[in-house]
Design a protein around this ligand. Structure first.
Ligand SMILES: Cc1cc2nc3c(=O)[nH]c(=O)nc-3n(C[C@H](O)[C@H](O)[C@H](O)COP(=O)(O)OP(=O)(O)OC[C@H]3O[C@@H](n4cnc5c(N)ncnc54)[C@H](O)[C@@H]3O)c2cc1C
Length: 436
């Protein structure tokens, strides 16, 4: 067990890249024409490409970097449907029927990813142990309990409440005020899941073009023209799956998304007994802070992986390590002084409504705006986009009619994020947290 606490040996890249390094794929010669051009080779782009290739379409997947370089090989690997808007906020904004439909859609995404992993035989260390939603305040606990009463009554939602008095059987911390245990949620090795999807998509016939940024997309009389530094490609259909990395090639979509850095650390291997005490049931954990903190046990080693929004504005990941370390020891005082082995960051994307978005824009399909829950949601929506292109029945989702809106003068650079994060942090710091 490491007790050094020294940051000198930290590797500043995704822990998941140890077991799943970014693939060194050849850069192919571009064709004059492709039936479908998918921009982005994360979960959304690959889930889409897989279904399209199996459906007999000639699919090309472009990525500006190595395949899966974006959030899909950097996330915490928590599978779930944790919407940034609470049940009550959704209920107040959209009404009961729509709120329940959104929750059901979240459940479909979770079920889809688990089934995809099983049916494709993807070895990505799937652990189906559920989630702890940890109450940051007593009021949050009461809200979770009230929400659960409705969800149990209205949809098949498998969860239980665990009071603060009992929470030590779930988490080695007295920091929280109880929790909701959601049984359907799960954990994966995010890098191996990406690798598995990549292998399946290529085996099905999709071609991956890494290191090939799409710099412009023009609408033509028949289809589109994709511009890259390596040449132009005509395409009948285009799918935008660029999420937190959406850039200038699709300005209208970019101004509908709020890219946001998430910062994560992995501890050095710990005494297995410590890990068992911290997370005895190996559940994925997320708390109810305005600036959510996520916690999980690494799949194959006795390490903990944790993180969240550790900075007001985007910053060098090195600067976030002391902040994340402080949050870690606030929650788990016994981890004071443990070593951190990896620290990394990546971008996810929120929509202004804090819900994922799927649809078409100027003839292009898109699945974007994971809003923090993209392992399940963006994989599922990527698949749904493909099903639509293939003309399948029953491809409606609960997100279809939720407006994908923007704000006046917003072009895609969220200058207001700093003040917003400051405000959320202030709300978290001043929240009513009575002593036990
Ligand atoms: C640190 C971190 C922790 C997270 N933890 C979780 C979690 O535990 N659970 C969860 O559900 N979600 C989590 N997320 C979010 C989740 O990882 C993402 O929602 C999901 O991976 C998005 O997948 P995607 O395929 O839509 O986009 P990405 O995986 O981000 O892929 C987008 C790709 O598009 C490429 N690209 C962009 N522009 C262009 C262009 N012009 N031309 C070519 N290529 C382009 C990029 O290079 C990138 O590879 C986390 C995210 C981060 C960063």
């Amino acid at each position: 067990m490491s007790t050094t606490g020294s940051d000198e040996r930290i590797k500043y890249e995704s822990y998941w890249w140890e077991a799943a390094p970014r693939p060194d794929l050849p850069v192919p010669t571009l064709p004059a024409r492709a039936e479908v051009a998918v921009v982005g080779s994360g979960y959304a782009g690959l889930a889409c490409a897989l279904r399209l290739a199996r459906g007999g379409r000639d699919v090309w997947v472009f990525d500006a970097e190595a395949a899966g370089w974006g959030a899909s090989s950097r996330n915490q690997g928590q599978i779930g449907a944790i919407f940034k808007r609470s049940f009550k906020q959704l209920d107040d904004g959209y009404g009961r029927a729509k709120t329940l439909a959104i929750y059901r859609e979240g459940q479909r995404g979770v079920a889809f990813v688990k089934e995809l992993i099983r049916s494709e035989g993807i070895e990505c260390q799937l652990e189906e142990n559920g989630r702890l939603v940890l109450a940051y305040t007593p009021e949050d606990y009461d809200d979770l309990a009230r929400e659960l009463e409705v969800l149990r009554r209205e949809i098949d939602f498998s969860a239980d409440m665990v009071s603060r008095a009992e929470q030590r059987r779930e988490i080695g911390s007295d920091f929280y005020y109880g929790a909701q245990v959601r049984h359907a949620d799960a954990a994966i090795h995010g890098g191996l899941f990406h690798q598995g999807l990549l292998d399946r998509a290529m085996a099905a016939g999709a071609t991956i073009a890494p290191h090939t940024p799409v710099t412009a997309i023009r609408r033509e009389s028949k289809g589109f023209e994709i511009e890259t530094p390596r040449g132009r490609v005509a395409a009948d259909e285009v799918v935008i799956a660029t999420n937190g990395y959406t850039g200038r090639a699709t300005p209208a979509l970019r101004r509908r998304l709020l890219p946001m850095g998430a910062y994560t650390i992995a501890t050095e291997p710990l005494d297995p007994e410590t890990v068992r005490r911290i997370n005895p049931n190996r559940r994925v954990c997320s708390d109810t802070r305005k600036l959510l903190f996520g916690i999980r046990t690494a799949p194959a080693e006795p390490r903990l992986v944790m993180g969240g929004r550790a900075s007001l504005i985007e910053t060098d990941v090195r600067k976030t390590v002391p902040i994340l370390r402080r949050t870690m020891t606030e929650v788990f005082p016994e981890l004071e002084g443990v070593g951190i082995s990896h620290a990394w960051t990546g971008f996810l994307a929120f929509t202004f409504r804090h819900l994922p978005s799927i649809g078409t824009w100027d003839g292009m399909h898109y699945a974007l705006g994971c809003s923090g829950t993209g392992v399940a949601a963006n994989t599922w929506l990527g698949d749904r986009v493909a099903a639509r292109i293939l003309g399948a029945d029953d491809t409606a989702t609960a997100f279809d009619d939720i407006p994908f809106d923007t704000r006046p003068f917003y072009t895609g650079y969220p200058w207001f994020l700093g003040p917003a994060v400051w405000w959320y942090r202030h709300k978290d710091r001043t929240a009513h947290r009575p002593a036990a």
